[in-house]
Design a protein around this ligand. Structure first.
Ligand code: ADP
Ligand code: MG
Length: 559
């Protein structure tokens, strides 16, 4: 028998990385810009605690295409690496310098926004490059280093004469990835992943008009200069405190997030929590519309200002899927399967937190300006009704703000509705009967009849309303919902038998004529009762019949 050790050779790793590490090759740029950002933020931290005695200045990151040389450059002015550090951080695959840094500066650096933590990001460069160079000069007083690797386990590491602090990564783009030398492609990727990263990112230059001098001649021609084209906003709204933001700021940020979206959001919810997990973000309730663009715009998930995905399934409760905005959390495990996500305790907590926050916001909007809230109801009801059905935590809170509009645009909360109908909408079992219509026009005549009887008729027209009704009935024993045009309305009207109907005199006469003329008395037993003193001529004990009569009289009789 022989025993031995399976030898996992580094040689096998590169093809693996290239094929399987990330399904999306394009994320290499996100990873390299993230590393450049980390390097800058680390330097910022070290200068702030006095460990790096250099001028921090206003560092930027530059992304540059060299189309002829088939190279892509990512250049930062961060802390750089010494030759020893290159050995340590780059040559050890899956050793994360970011994690080590955070471990070392645990207390002071926990809010530094450092991104990396798998120690694999750098190698994603080999998904698109046949050769990668690193030219790096540490902030420490040591010579610069030049590392080169062609994707095999062999590398070279030599000294370099670079004098400015920072790191330049040079990708020799592989033949099958030449797309990444196209300006539009790189701009697209930078806008997708790096639009809100915390260090300014330069990509090319742009023209800017010089201000017109006061003593400009008549034929003055505007002069332009080239300035850095910075593609990102390093301080997006969600990273700020709500007190520092105006309504306008929130709206502007919405536009920044969705430049193609011209409809304004209805309101926003600023999320901000740091215990027991970290999460910030801004969610927007959009105006519901058939706008395809709007449906395409989704909630975006960020991690330390780096775009991760716009698939927030499992993290944001499903019923909020229609909302827009951003969520940023370093505590959401990435690059893991969705089923794992769903089982992760943190993720469930995040989802619950978002639900609670949305409910709280709705409640305060309702309390602060009910009229405004009522006006928005039509746009938000679908989300809220769905939330009541799908999230017990949301359902618990919904009583505070979920509205039940009537056909006359009156808006009741459930409690108010119960109060309003207690007096005369009870059936013989003592249950409150909620009358509702789903289509004002189609059910117009039934609605009119009910209204004449002094009943409240709700207008419940969302597609999931039957489910909602079931739930409300199940949870409110003394409540029963009845469609205004259903036969069951009899239940209610039977109880009202002794009441006088409220037809106008003209209507009464009309109805009476119709009754007398066209009703085959042999088929229907119509009972006319004596007229009351206040002009209410008769009571009909067959509501279904009366309804038809009423309809006939409205359409001018006949049949
Ligand atoms: P991670 O970012 O998860 O730590 P990476 O594979 O992306 O892992 O990078 C490995 C390490 O290499 C980093 O942690 C960092 O120490 C070092 N590194 C990578 N890029 C740079 C850079 N531009 N400047 C300084 N150090 C860098
Ligand atoms: Mg990294």
């Amino acid at each position: 028998m022989t025993t031995g050790k399976i030898n996992v050779s580094v040689e096998n790793i590169f093809p693996l990385i290239k094929k399987f590490l990330y399904s999306d090759h394009e994320i290499f740029l996100r990873e390299l810009v993230s590393n450049a950002t980390d390097a800058t933020l680390k330097l910022k931290h070290l200068t702030s605690i006095g460990e790096a005695k250099v001028e921090y200045g206003n560092p930027i990151i530059e992304v540059k295409i060299d189309k002829e040389g088939k190279k892509l450059h990512i250049i930062d002015q961060g802390l750089g690496m010494t030759a020893d550090e290159v050995e340590k951080y780059i040559n050890q695959v899956a050793f994360s310098g970011a994690e080590e840094f955070l471990e070392k500066y645990k207390d002071s650096a926990k809010d530094s926004g450092i991104i990396g933590h798998f120690g694999l990001g750098f190698y994603s460069a080999f998904m698109v490059a046949e050769k990668v160079e690193i030219i790096t000069k540490s902030f420490k007083d040591e010579p610069a280093a030049h590392w080169t690797c062609d994707g095999s386990p062999e590398f070279t590491l030599v000294a370099h004469d670079k004098t400015e602090r920072g790191t330049e990564i040079i990708l020799h783009i592989a033949e099958d990835s030449l797309d990444f030398l196209e300006e539009f492609k790189i701009r697209e990727l930078l806008t997708k992943y790096n639009k809100f990263m915390p260090v300014p990112i330069k990509f090319g230059t742009k023209k800017e008009a010089l201000p017109k001098p006061d003593d400009a001649p008549e034929d003055y021609k505007t002069e332009y200069i080239d300035i850095d084209n910075i593609i990102n906003n390093p301080n997006p709204a969600w990273t700020k405190q709500p007190v520092d933001l105006t309504d306008e700021d929130y709206k502007n940020f919405y536009r920044e997030l969705y430049p193609m979206q011209f409809e304004e959001p209805l309101f926003n919810i600023h999320l901000n929590v740091d215990y027991p997990f970290n999460l910030t973000g801004i969610l927007y309730f959009p105006k519901m519309s058939g706008d395809l663009q709007l449906q395409k715009d989704k909630i975006q998930l960020y991690q330390n200002q780096v775009f991760v995905t716009d698939n927030v399934e499992g993290i944001v409760p499903e019923f909020l899927g229609m909302l827009k905005g951003v969520i940023d959390s370093p505590d959401i495990p990435l690059n893991v399967s969705r089923s794992y996500l769903q089982a992760d305790g943190n993720v469930k907590k995040i989802s619950n937190y978002i639900t609670r926050k949305v409910a709280d916001k709705l409640k305060s909007l309702f309390n602060e300006n009910r009229e405004d809230f009522e006006q928005k109801w039509n746009d938000i009801k679908i989300v809220l009704e769905y939330g009541m059905l799908s999230e017990p935590k949301f359902y618990e809170k919904a009583g505070d703000f979920v509205l039940y509009p009537t056909v006359d645009n009156k808006y009741y909360t459930l409690a108010e509705l119960k109060d309003a109908i207690t007096a005369n909408q009870t059936d013989k079992n003592g249950k409150l009967v909620v009358l509702y219509a789903s289509n004002k026009d189609a059910q117009h005549s039934y609605i009119e009849i009910a209204k004449e009887k002094g009943y409240e008729v709700l207008l419940l027209d969302s597609p999931i309303v039957s489910h909602l009704i079931q739930k409300l009935e199940a949870d409110n024993e003394n409540l029963t919902f009845t469609r205004v045009d259903s036969d069951h309305i009899d239940k209610l009207i039977q109880k009202e038998e002794t009441q006088i109907s409220k037809l106008s005199e003209e209507e009464s006469t009309q109805l009476k004529t119709v009754l007398e003329e066209i009703v085959p008395k042999t088929t229907y037993s119509v009972q006319l009762e004596p007229m009351d003193s206040n002009a209410s001529p008769f009571i009909i004990t067959q509501p279904e019949f009366m309804r038809r009569m009423k309809e006939m009289s409205q359409t001018g009789g006949g049949g």
